[in-house]
Design a protein around this ligand. Structure first.
Ligand SMILES: Cc1ncc(COP(=O)(O)O)c(C=O)c1O
Length: 396
């Protein structure tokens, strides 16, 4: 027999990267001394890769809500929602999320990944899933788990999506999967076009709002609100690890579908429920999302400013107009080298290499939050200028 352990080596690309001291992953943060800062290897760095767009993870109101929940309910939930892990607090959060998104019901899960995985209960081997080429791994895994046939359409390419819809077996059920705001590129899905195609071909549409719910739209209700199409998607999934400043996730949609998922989604039934602290923090975050729209404006304005600085230096920053600024590099080793140079310049960014992005499309993912100061944005731009020139990625 072959030994399964023989395959367990680092990706070939990482060996030269590790030799150069530019391995960018699993770098432990020791402290967060102030907003927008992290301590790594004993050095204070400007954080330039956080998904905490509204700056809520250290907000005193969320911390206090989490502490209160721990005092009342303890640190764990002891089991899955179905059997013994359900809390009244989960139900309060579900009611609030459903009302916020204008949906009949919501189901809270232990992570955003599990919220997406729960969608696997909706389709089976005879069904067709049409998915944007850039969707998150959790959605891909949901389809794999369901054994439905997955066809990928080029990012936001409506003609391609329509061709795939036309090719579907008319006897199959169809589900379209897209992100509202794509996690690696920061681009928005073409919701008007996708929703129209879903209607025309009778497919259901699930919208992953992990990055945009809380951030986009005047009320923070995400990409659907941004497009003025709040009723367009059949289901919404959320991740509390971004705008909600904690962990956890949810699926929101028609009441009957949520009841079905509660009883059929293995990600819900066989995983311990969201902790009291995270549930209470998510509720407190929702209060802030509903009442402090200026946080969204600040996070987006910071990105506009930084994007202009980076593009002005000669970096390719793509088509994003959101808080995610992809700095395209292409080659994986060069991307990790740029990450290391930025690290040495005092900036902690995120290197995204395959399989998080397609082959040859490695990028540094920069993101801004409502709490980044002008001085911190300056430091990020200055670090990119120095690092980019040293690596000859931009003109000197
Ligand atoms: C688009 C998208 N969906 C879902 C998830 C999963 O969320 P979580 O990390 O909270 O489990 C992520 C997180 O990386 C994401 O970017």
């Amino acid at each position: 027999m072959l030994d399964v352990f023989d395959r367990c080596r680092l990706h070939d690309d990482f060996e030269p990267v590790a030799e150069l001291g530019a391995y960018p992953y699993y770098r432990p943060v020791q402290e967060r001394p102030a907003t927008g800062e992290v301590v790594v290897d004993g050095r204070v760095l400007v954080s330039a890769g956080s998904n905490d767009y509204l700056g809520l993870s250290a907000d005193p109101r969320l911390k206090e809500a989490a502490c209160r929940a721990i005092r009342l309910l303890g640190t764990g939930t002891s089991g899955s929602r179905l059997v013994n892990g359900s809390l009244a607090l989960h139900e309060t959060l579900e009611g609030r999320l459903a009302a916020f998104l204008g949906q009949e019901a919501a189901m809270v899960t232990a992570t955003g990944f599990l919220a997406n995985l729960a969608l696997s209960a909706l389709v089976g081997p005879r069904d067709a899933v049409l998915a944007d080429q850039l969707i998150h791994a959790s959605l891909i895994d949901a389809v794999r788990l369901s054994r439905a046939r997955m066809r990928r359409y080029r990012h936001n390419d409506l003609a391609h999506l329509e061709r795939l819809l036309r090719e579907c077996d008319p006897g199959a059920a169809g589900l379209i999967l897209t992100e509202g705001m794509f996690s690696t590129t920061g681009t928005l899905c073409d919701l008007p076009g996708i929703a129209a195609l879903a209607r025309r071909y009778g497919a259901r549409l699930a919208l992953d709002g992990a990055h945009d719910i809380g951030l986009l739209g005047a009320g923070g209700r995400g990409a659907a609100e941004h497009h003025g199409l709040e009723g367009a998607a059949d289901l919404h999934t959320l991740a509390f690890s971004k705008c909600f400043g904690t962990t956890g996730g949810a699926v929101a949609g028609p009441g009957q579908i949520i009841v079905y998922l509660r009883h059929h989604a293995r990600a819900m039934i066989f995983s311990a429920a969201l902790s009291p602290a995270s549930t209470a923090a998510a509720l407190a975050a929702l209060d802030v999302i509903e009442t402090e729209p200026e946080r969204r404006r600040r996070a987006l304005a910071a990105a506009d400013r930084l994007r202009a600085d980076l593009a002005g230096l000669g970096f390719e920053t793509g088509a994003s107009r959101t808080t995610i600024i992809p700095v395209h590099v292409g080659d994986t080793v060069m991307c990790c080298r740029l990450w290391r140079e930025l690290f040495d310049e005092g900036v902690f960014a995120t290197a995204m290499v395959p399989p998080s992005v397609p082959e040859g499309r490695a990028l540094i993912r920069v993101s801004t939050t409502a709490l980044h100061t002008e001085a911190q944005l300056d430091r990020i731009a200055t670090a990119f200028a120095a690092a980019g020139r040293r690596l000859a990625l931009i003109p000197s």
